[in-house]
Design a binder for this molecule. Sequence first.
Ligand code: ATP
Ligand code: MG
Length: 244
Amino acid sequence: DVDVPESHPRYESLLTRHRIEAGVDAGITSRQGLIAQGRGEAYDYLLGEATIDSADRAERAAAAYLLGADHAVVSVNGNAAALVPGELVELAAATGADLEVNLFNRTEERIERIADYLREHGADEVKGLTADGRIPGLDHERAKVDADGIGDADVVLVPLEDGDRAEALGELGKTELVVDLNPLSRSARAATVPIVDNIIRAIPGITAHARDLADDADAQRAAIERFDADAALSDAEAAIRGGV
Ligand code: ATP
Ligand code: MG
């Protein structure tokens, strides 16, 4: 299990890595998820392993979009489930969003395991197994979604989504909220709201903003109006390059 002393200077980062390893062992996370985690860690290191101001504004805008949606869905993949299962359930509860398992390397077995894992962390309904909807423009396996989930949603939060699917969802006219530590990735660039932050910090951050913004339509509108996606991406890139 996890055996890292809390005094270790990179405690959080090592704990995160262990959760992904455990996710692979439990059949929740794919082996490719280990590579994605490595890429994310490198960017997080360069960002100082902290939520930069523009990412905090993005989390607030994301919360406002989720609260204002007709039908919001939080998409969950194997890395997200391994890292923040309880936090995803809390976010869905705080915003009224559905949870839908949505995998790049899709297997029924892994979807079942992730759904079970989310239920162990307090979720009641978890979508993703019906897979009776399709995202146009993607090959068969990549295209599968639930017709009454992501298929029907006007706002979708996709943490760590792959570039092709992020672009295809954007083309469907859905408001897309993406958590991705790489501001240059196609996923971040396709997003209405790119959140350049570690999912470990981003999901609780969005939930805190959602609680703050609940029942305040003016504040929700202001959070959306204040947010500029291009400026946020440039700001994150500058922070990574050491320019701020
Ligand atoms: P592109 O979007 O350019 O097509 P990709 O989607 O093919 O790239 P992947 O390696 O599949 O590339 O994507 C993983 C992405 O998730 C990387 O951009 C990485 O920075 C990001 N990532 C990994 N772990 C985390 C994390 N814990 N929090 C936030 N983002 C993360
Ligand atoms: Mg990507």
